[in-house]
Design a protein around this ligand. Structure first.
Ligand code: TPP
Ligand code: SF4
Ligand code: MG
Length: 256
């Protein structure tokens, strides 16, 4: 099918055209229906709207989102799996004038480096951690992570996660919200239009909390991984709502 580019686009195509991705250097290479590019877009929009693009440094972990370092026009470094909050701590302490964020998956943050984010929050580091939670190690083929919900099928729990065998899922945002040094903690999701708008507001508030010196911020974002979930791309948002959102309710847990 050929696309008539002489006419203004409608609907979702218009939404995409209206976005002036001057912070995006190219197309992402993630799967159709993946939620992580949506989260990236929200993050970039917030940096633009707060006018802090040129004084922001990101620290990216390892997962499918790791490839974003090639297409985002923001200063970023990629660190060892799970270690982003410590790298971000170092950057922020040396450069307190910049805004520092991490972008990590659930495998990266909750499996490989849970102590990192907990200690950074307990220390009250003035950084913003962004957790892209899809309940699987997406990049390595869809294995179970610490956030996989009970009953969820993954490559390493083909009959569904069972508490007796695999233990219970870890609610990262709830853990962090219980620590004194945390100033802003919220959980959003990109499975619905309302969730996308809410998540963007959360990201904005988290950066505002950092910029005002209030303390540590975490925004957990539930993202679709249709490939790892064994569902067609178009069914990812429904699956997200029926599985993960039931276990991980959306909303702000603490705010300044
Ligand atoms: C120390 C170490 N262990 C394991 C790996 C392999 N590895 C690379 S990406 C990845 C999956 C990350 O999953 P997640 O953070 O949830 O991101 P997603 O791919 O789901 O977006 C793993 C296990 C690695 N690179 N380094
Ligand atoms: S495997 Fe999952 S997280 Fe990775 S790009 Fe595909 S849909 Fe996204
Ligand atoms: Mg993951």
């Amino acid at each position: 099918m050929s696309i008539d580019t002489s006419r203004p686009p409608e609907g979702p195509a218009k939404l995409a055209a209206d976005f002036k991705p001057n912070l995006l250097l190219g197309e992402h290479s993630l799967c159709p229906g993946c939620g992580e590019p949506v989260a990236l877009r929200l993050l970039l929009e917030v940096l633009q709207e707060l006018e802090i693009v040129r004084r922001t440094i990101g620290v990216v972990g390892h997962g499918c989102y790791g490839s974003f370092v090639r297409i985002m026009d923001v200063d970023v470094l990629q660190c060892l799996h799970g270690r982003a909050p410590s790298c971000a701590t170092g950057i922020k302490r040396v450069r307190p004038d910049v805004a520092v964020f991490t972008m990590q998956g659930d495998g990266d943050m909750a499996n490989e480096g849970l102590q990192e984010v907990l200690h950074a929050a307990a220390r009250g580091e003035k950084i913003t951690c962004v957790l892209l939670n899809n309940g699987v190690f997406g990049d390595t083929g869809g294995q179970l992570t610490a956030t996989t919900v009970l009953g969820q099928r993954t490559k390493t729990s083909l009959s569904g996660r069972a508490a007796e065998e695999h233990g219970y899922p870890i609610p990262v945002a709830d853990l962090v919200a219980g620590l004194r040094g945390a100033a802003y903690v919220a959980r959003g999701g990109v499975g619905t239009a309302g969730g996308v708008a809410q998540t963007k507001r959360m990201l904005r508030r988290a950066f505002e909390a950092q910029l005002s010196g209030a303390g540590f911020g975490l925004v957990e974002i539930l993202t679709m991984c249709p490939t790892g979930w064994f569902v067609p791309a178009g069914e990812g948002p429904d699956y997200l709502g029926e599985s993960m959102e039931k276990v991980y309710p959306l909303g702000e847990l603490i705010s300044p």
